[in-house]
Every structure is written in C-alpha cells, then in structure tokens.
Design a binder for this molecule. Sequence first.
Ligand code: HEC
Length: 307
Amino acid sequence: MKSSENNNFKFFNKKPIAFLSSIYVYLIIVITTIGLIYVYNLNEITTQTIPPRLNSQVVEKDLPLQEARVIPPIDVFSLKDSLTGLIAEGKKLFEQNCSSCHGTAGKGDGPAGGALVPKPRNFTKTTGWKNGMKLSEIYKTLEEGIPNTGMASYKYLLPEYKLALGSFIRSAFIPNPPEDTDEDLLNLDLNYNLSEGASIPAQIPVKFADKLIVSENNKTEKKIEGIITSIKSMNENEGKKLFYQVTNNQFSALVTLNADQYWKKDQQIFINVIVNDATNNGFNGKVFQLSSTQWDSLFIFLSGQIH
Ligand code: HEC
C-alpha cells in the first residue's frame, strides 16, 4: 500500500515538471520571436551596422527618435539667396556625420564605406545619381535615405541642417551642380512642409501636403460649414461681397485659411497664401485684380470669420 502511494506521488510529481518545462521552452520561443520581429522593424538608423556619427548639438540626446517635435518654419525661397551662410555649417555637419563614408574630399572613399555595396557616392562624379544633385533632390535623399543601401535617412536633422549639408556638398564637391527651378523649391516646400514649420512625428513620413485632406476630418468639416452658414446669413457688406467674388469654392477656400492661421498675423502672408495657389485653394483669378483697399476689407472680413 505504502509503496504504491509513493509511486503515485512520484508519478504526479514528475509530470507537472515536464509540463512546466515545456511551457518555458514555448515561452522562450515566443519571446525570442517577438524580439526578432521588434528588432527587424526598428528604424533603419538604429539597425545601421555602421552607425552614422551624430552630432550631439544637432540631435538632442534625450529625445527618442519616435517623439514628435516642433520644426521651425523655413522660407526656402529666401534661403536660396542666403545659402552661402549655411555652407560653413554644412561643412561641419558633413565632417561629423558623412565623411566617415563619403570621405573628406567627397570621393566616396571614407573608412566606414569600404565594405558597403553599393559604395558611398563619389560626389565628384556626376553620373549615376539616384535622386540627383539639385538641392531639393539631395534634401529628399537625406529625408528618405536610399532604400537597401548604406545611405540611411537623416530626417531627424532639422530642415535647415539638411539644406546646409546639401549646399555644402554642391559647392564643395559637385562640378557644376544643376540649379533648382522655382517649381523644385516650391515642391520641396510642399512635400516637407518647410514654410509651415510643424509638429511632426519624427518617424512618420511627411505626406504630400494636400490641405484638403483636412476636410476629411469631420470636426473641421462641421466648423467650415458653420462659417459658411454664418457668412450667408450676414447682412451684405464689402468683405462678404469680395469673398464671394474671389472664390469659386468657398468650402475649400475656408479649409485652406482654417488649416494654418498664421496668415492672420500679417496681411502680406494672407495675400501670399491666397495668391500662391489660388485655383487649387478655391479662389479664382479675380484675386489678382483686387486693389489694396479691397485686400484690406477681405483680410479684416475673413480674420473675423475664422477662429
Ligand atoms: C554608412 C555610410 C554612409 C554615411 C554615414 C552617409 N552616407 Fe550618403 N551614401 C552612402 C551610400 C552607400 C550611398 C550610395 C547609395 C547608392 O548609390 O545607391 C550614399 C549616397 C548618398 C547621396 C547620393 C544620393 C543619390 O542621389 O544617388 C548623397 C547626396 C548622400 N549620400 C549624402 C550623404 C550625407 C549628406 C551624409 C551625412 C549626413 C551621408 N550621405 C552619410 C553611405 C553613407
């Protein structure tokens, strides 16, 4: 009797241990798999085998890459004239972040680039560029990196620094670099929201700035409809008359003005916002015929309607 009790005891005692240890094996496999998936999905920069040397002044050390940050606005067009000032800054940034691969003379022969396929670009050769040598194209390279190569994205650098790097590379290494057209600069501005400045989640690619996307937002839609109704119900006045006169699509005109209200600070900005892309923003060609007193009335009228 006693010995069979003993056997029973052993029997029950062993099984749970075997069972438990198989759970551990299972758990280890699951945790390892999750870990691998996580590591695999980490941002390119963090998995880069040859880590770009970061300048501690440029990247705030305690700021995780994922975190949203505020990017100060930049006027690409006025920058175009003052770029020489940025070139010295670009040289410093290049030595800290790029010369390890691209070489101090920009020939693609830096010590960290030797093993890379494709090799880091030799900036002094003008053929075979993937994005290209214009400032706007180099900006794109820095923003997005070149997929499946050692060229990582540097989107965490402030826009100003990316422009500084591009200007430096162009002036120091590239023989007769092609100039950006006004359209290139405008697109650069639009693609990366440069003149708006912004709070941008650093890891999420900045989508093309289509202001009307905002109208998909129900709350905005309601708000704009509210403004339209209130304008309709107003007594006739000069501002109201002008508003209807210069808009083909009141809704998208108001969406444009509502999206970014920095125009309220300065009438000249207001005029620029409307005139820049008049037909896509719901305005029409009559904006080009407004006198300065009419601009005054329109500005005061719309400032009062949009909050
Ligand atoms: C880890 C090495 C490495 C570092 C660091 C690096 N690059 Fe690159 N870069 C590359 C490689 C590799 C290519 C070539 C990609 C190709 O030819 O497809 C490249 C290509 C480029 C190109 C050419 C893109 C085109 O249109 O073909 C530019 C511009 C560039 N890098 C700028 C920079 C700048 C500016 C920095 C510093 C902020 C930098 N790179 C840092 C490896 C590096």
